[in-house]
Design a protein around this ligand. Structure first.
Ligand code: ADP
Ligand code: ZN
Length: 522
């Protein structure tokens, strides 16, 4: 078969006319003996990237997969196509195992699926030594990440492949593509020389939008739904069970069929709500992040976030449940100062070790950067995954309603010096009252009416000051105390701003009344 071409195999064996995205380049690269790290979303077509080279190179392609339950299906599908495939895992008896070993000895298999723990077995490794090997494919490669949800200790030991079989090409594949995970995969699997391929993450039909939160945010959600999504199915994500219940109730009272979904409900009720969402028209599910794994409903028209997701990765996954049918869909998020403060607090309270914390910190900065950007959201989102979009997308709020920015040095200085003069221990509401020169009792008691920053900020409304503080906290110029009072203090980064040594541009969030009317789907 070796004088065959990938395109020919694609047509003759798999019955497809064209390669998708980078498939062909990846296949060529691996066929030529190169290592590869392939980042592609679920459904993107990762399997062909190792299956075709395994067919075209001599020897068997060994696929390491953690999903034992799926091995049977994968192998059955390959056999249907006339590909000589088998799997080895703990579910088989010794007769079955012997038969597969026999086939391998006779060079009668193109693909062999194994669970990762098999590669801890010295006898199995010796056996592999005796076989001609086409390649190693490491599926779901993010399982090596100690910080991820799917960590598998057995994956961490897969560096053995590189050490023991240095001349056999390795291709690692995953749909999880953030940069920290990618770095971990590369270092743990010894893929320093691998070519990294990132493709297919763009979801052009999803319109990304972020609204400044003006409590109560659920009222903003309702306005958005009433204006744009009557009769549509969608998902609303909240952080806590309590909020899920409240929001579902609120939407129901306001004429929507909204069902709660969270880990505190009985299995039956959760199942029932999920089934209604899948089968009936126009159901809104209000859920904690527990909802959505494995849900494949094509006509979800919106995904709304009333709280910030955990990371940009999570945001991409969650919003990705909208518009699977390719028709226009909205990813709507309400974001405010409280969210920034909450996440900053969670991070400083985190009991993780330093390395883990740094990683969480990077993820948080990326998420806040996305929320605060005035650039095309899609470009920022895809850049985070390394899947670059050359032109602004024309289908996000930044592109459709560019937000004005202004020279924020003076207001930033006022806000930061107010934090400083009041002793770096007060929350935002208090700080704003001082800036606006309000005469409330607490200010008088503290004698803060005599401060030089008292009343110097009357030119901005409360909403506008909140926006300034949000951007300063998101930008890391001020931070929140760990004790939990929500007091703001200055960081090192604040100094050059206070001294006027750097400049800062702030975004002008749209005022309350117009914000809700903007961006009605056209
Ligand atoms: P992933 O592993 O990335 O989730 P798969 O490899 O399972 O995705 O592919 C998803 C689906 O797309 C499969 O049904 C597969 O047969 C199909 N597919 C993959 N590549 C192509 C292609 N070049 N043309 C048409 N269909 C393809
Ligand atoms: Zn855009």
């Amino acid at each position: 078969m070796s004088d065959d071409t990938p395109a020919h195999i694609l047509r003759r064996v798999f019955g497809y006319e064209h390669f998708r995205g980078h498939q062909e380049t990846i296949i060529q690269h691996v066929m030529a003996g190169g290592d590869a790290l392939v980042l592609m979303p679920t459904g993107g077509g990762k399997s062909l990237c190792y299956q075709i080279p395994a067919l075209l190179r001599s020897g068997v392609g060994v696929v390491i997969s953690p999903l034992i339950a799926l091995m049977q299906d994968q192998v059955d599908a390959l056999l249907q196509l006339g590909i000589r495939a088998a799997f080895l895992n703990s579910s088989q008896d010794s007769a079955q195992t012997r038969q597969i070993v026999q086939q391998l000895r006779q060079n009668a298999l193109d693909l062999l699926y194994v669970a990762p723990e098999r590669l801890n077995n010295p006898r199995f490794l010796e056996f592999l030594d005796s076989l001609p090997l086409a390649l190693f494919a490491i599926d779901e490669a993010h399982c090596v990440s100690q910080w991820g949800h799917d960590f598998r200790p057995d994956y961490a030991r897969l560096s053995i492949l590189h050490e023991r079989f240095p001349h056999i090409p390795r291709i690692a594949l995953t749909a999880t593509a953030d940069k920290p995970t990618r770095r971990e995969i590369i270092s743990r699997l010894g893929l320093e020389n691998a070519h990294v391929f990132v493709t297919g993450f763009d979801r052009p039909n999803i319109r990304y939008r972020i609204t400044q939160k003006r409590p109560p945010a659920r009222q903003q959600l309702l306005s958005f739904l009433n204006a744009e999504h009557r009769g549509d199915a969608g998902i609303v994500y909240c952080l806590s069970r309590k909020k899920v219940e409240e929001v579902a109730e609120f939407l129901t009272v306001n004429g929507w069929t909204a069902l709660p979904y969270h880990a505190g409900l009985s299995n039956e009720l959760r199942q029932q709500h999920q089934n209604r969402f899948l089968r009936e028209e126009g159901i809104v599910i209000v859920a904690t992040i527990a909802f959505g794994m494995g849900i494949d409903k094509p006509n979800v028209r919106f995904v709304a976030h009333l709280d910030l997701p955990k990371s940009l990765e999570a945001y991409y996954q969650e919003t990705g449940r909208a518009g699977r049918d390719g028709l226009p869909a909205n990813a709507w998020l309400a974001y405010g100062l409280e969210d920034v403060i909450l996440l900053r607090k969670l991070l400083s309270n985190s009991e993780a070790d330093e390395q883990h914390k740094r990683l969480e910190q990077q993820k948080l900065e990326a998420l806040l950067g996305y929320c605060e950007t005035t650039q095309c959201r899609r470009q920022v989102l895809l850049a985070y995954f390394g899947d670059d979009l050359v032109e602004p997308c024309g289908n996000c709020d930044s592109c459709l309603e560019p937000s004005a920015t202004y020279d924020g040095l003076e207001v930033a200085q006022k806000a930061l010096s107010c934090i400083y003069r009041t002793g770096q221990r007060f929350g935002v509401n208090y700080l704003i009252e001082v800036l606006q020169g309000k005469g409330i009792d607490r200010i008088i008691q503290n004698g803060h009416q005599y401060l030089s920053t008292y009343g110097i900020g009357s030119e901005l409304s409360t909403d506008q000051w909140r926006s300034v503080f949000r951007q300063l906290v998101a930008g890391g110029f001020a931070s929140v105390d760990i004790e939990g009072h929500g007091g703001l203090f200055l960081t090192e980064k604040a100094r050059p701003l206070l001294r006027g040594e750097t400049s800062i541009r702030l975004r002008k969030d749209s005022p309350r009344a117009t914000a809700e009317k903007k961006l009605i789907r056209n």
